[in-house]
Design a protein around this ligand. Structure first.
Ligand code: SAH
Length: 366
């Protein structure tokens, strides 16, 4: 039985590749996630226990609450501007924004200063976000990208598990050159990785690639870096801060991190295009470099465990559990472990913050 012929998008891709030749890994990723008809975020229900994976805001309300407290501190450090735009990139079900706004409500000046902007390409998820945020008291404004965000007033930007969904390129060391990894067809007509004609300019990566064996893979994320730079340029001009949370690395090095996840389990990357989530680890070193737009200074990346513990995760868990049943306390303890435990999200996930050097950022500078 065909390994890769199992989804409608697989059929389309095979036809296209048969006609026009292999496509890059970046194109494959873009089609799997964002194809208007068959893209994963356009049609599937990715999140939660019944979906394919669970993100930190879906694990526990404490995640969004601590980020809300972080944002409140930054707003105060910015001298409490009367108008500030909370921007979430890729809000999924809208849970993170909902939890942030609940905390913001505890400080009326902050809450009243906020407007809410959601950058989301999926119409289906926009509807879910509208429902989640219906009782937040704020009417979100949706955007396809960064261009239409308000041009005036500081931006407080949060992106959790957003950059991992942006297409990456992969290059394979053939021994002679680093050639672009593409998706083509094998002899049976199934999707298969092949080496394309494109070559990587290795000069900027000479140190990182030295000694890499034949067959090694290096990933680049030009789309993520460009988006991060655009974002930083906006914040540099309008003031504010950004917080980027995702799984990834703080040092550029060869490695294949392209992964598909389906029903809470890893799935072969080419097996279910359009019906599995497809992501890659974020290179935070590259992201920080892209966001170093004067007068902004990137802070971190630190691990999610460090970030949440320094913000008081244990204290928050203690307050949340006080007076509750042993079952409830057990559940809260499990959530802490899941968010900050080194074997769970605590070490793999990193947090990068960007703001002016004179703005002190909790968990990073204090
Ligand atoms: N932040 C959420 C969801 C992460 S999943 C959480 O933590 O639960 C990724 C989200 O980014 C989804 O909402 C997806 O539709 C959105 N997304 C993916 N690519 C995008 C793009 N290029 N532009 C805008 N949103 C995108």
């Amino acid at each position: 039985m065909s390994e890769t012929g199992t989804t409608p998008l697989a059929g389309r891709l095979k036809q296209q590749i048969a006609n026009d030749g292999p496509i890059t890994v970046a194109d494959y990723m873009a089609r799997c996630l964002a194809d208007p008809e068959h893209g994963y975020y356009m049609s599937a229900e990715p999140f939660g226990a019944s979906g394919d994976f669970i993100t930190a805001p879906e694990v526990s309300q404490m995640f969004g609450e601590l980020i809300g407290a972080w944002l409140l501190h930054v707003w105060t450090a910015l001298k409490s501007p009367p108008r500030v735009h909370l921007v979430e990139l890729g809000p999924g079900r809208g849970t993170l924004s909902r939890d942030i706004l609940r905390v913001a409500g505890l400080r009326p000046g902050f809450r009243e200063a906020l407007t809410l902007h959601l950058v989301e390409t999926s119409e289906r998820l926009r509807a879910v976000q509208a429902e989640t945020l219906a009782e937040s008291g704020l009417t979100p404004v949706w955007h396809d990208g960064l261009d239409s965000l308000p041009q005036d007033g500081p931006l407080l930007v949060v992106a959790n598990e957003f950059f991992d969904a942006l297409p990456i390129h992969q290059y394979v060391n053939t021994g002679k050159a680093w050639c672009e990894r593409c998706v083509g067809l094998d002899e049976a007509g199934d999707l298969a990785f092949v080496t394309g004609p494109g070559q990587l300019d290795t000069r900027p990566l000479a140190a990182e690639l030295r000694g890499a064996p034949a067959g090694a893979i290096i990933e680049t994320q030009p789309l993520s870096n460009a988006l991060a730079e655009t974002l930083a340029t906006r914040i540099a001009r309008q003031d504010g801060a950004a917080l980027v949370i995702d799984y990834g690395t703080t040092r550029t090095a060869p490695g294949d991190t392209l992964q598909a996840v389906r029903r809470h389990a890893y799935d072969p990357v080419l097996a279910h295009p359009g019906t599995a989530d497809l992501t890659a680890h974020v290179n935070f070193e590259a992201l920080a470099r892209a966001m170093r737009v004067a007068p902004l200074v990137p802070r971190g990346a630190i691990t999610q465990g460090e970030f949440l513990l320094r913000l008081g995760l244990l204290e928050r868990a203690g307050r949340l559990g006080a007076g509750k049943s042993p079952d409830a306390q057990e559940r809260i303890h499990g959530e802490v472990e899941r968010l900050a435990g080194p074997e769970e999200m605590g070490t793999l996930f990193k947090v990068l913050a960007v703001a002016r050097a004179d703005i002190s950022l909790p968990a990073f500078d204090t």
